[in-house]
Design a protein. Structure first.
Length: 200
């Protein structure tokens, strides 16, 4: 074929340096207004703050004796209504409960994981009235604070089952379900207590 019509077979190459005739698209400059987004975020945050149930502090209610009793006076209670919990210096736990005849049982060793079951059993004893048992925690001054906290946690967890069982019975005077009234106190760890659980 004559002539320089090579463009029929191979694509023609555009020489470097030549500008193409294509127009560049116009780029639009835009900016995002963050003010509405901030407003929505604050509204959502406020909404969740007011609708979310806050974590209640884990506290234990403790009642003091009546005003007519001085701080130095001894408060006499029945032995059958006592449930003593001992914390020894090495961290081992023991419990002791009272009998109807006014005597106390021998201390028994108990694991921290079983303490809740023992507390439930003692509080639901049929030989004493409901809500009459007094739990007394006596800890050796040299025992670890962590052990005492664990004992309190187990007793608090046991309260759920105790309150549920007590609420199944009705009050004879009002006819409404019985309300759980917890009785708990810290007792002084005496030398007699130390000797009582020393060799157990």
């Amino acid at each position: 074929m004559a002539g320089g019509g090579g463009g029929m077979q191979l694509p023609q190459r555009v020489k470097r340096g030549k500008k193409s005739n294509r127009k560049k698209p116009n780029r639009l400059n835009f900016a995002v207004d963050m003010t509405p987004l901030v407003d929505i975020t604050l509204l959502l945050l406020t909404f969740f703050l007011f609708t979310t149930t806050m974590l209640k502090p884990q506290i234990m209610e403790m009642k003091i004796p009546p005003e007519k009793i001085d701080a130095g006076d001894d408060v006499k209670v029945k032995a059958s209504e006592l449930f003593n919990i001992f914390v020894r210096e090495d961290g081992k736990l023991f419990y002791q409960y009272g009998h109807a005849d006014g005597t106390m049982s021998d201390p028994e060793s108990v694991d921290i994981k079983k303490l809740g079951e023992v507390a439930i059993k003692q509080n639901l004893r049929p030989d004493i009235g409901k809500n009459r048992l007094i739990s007394v925690l006596k800890a050796d001054p040299m025992s670890k604070y962590e052990v005492v906290v664990n004992v309190l946690n187990e007793l608090n967890l046991a309260e759920v089952s105790i309150a549920t069982e007590i609420s199944k019975e009705t009050d004879a005077t009002t006819g409404s379900p019985l309300e759980r009234r917890r009785k708990f106190t810290f007792g002084k760890f005496t030398e007699e207590d130390k000797t009582l659980i020393k060799d157990l």
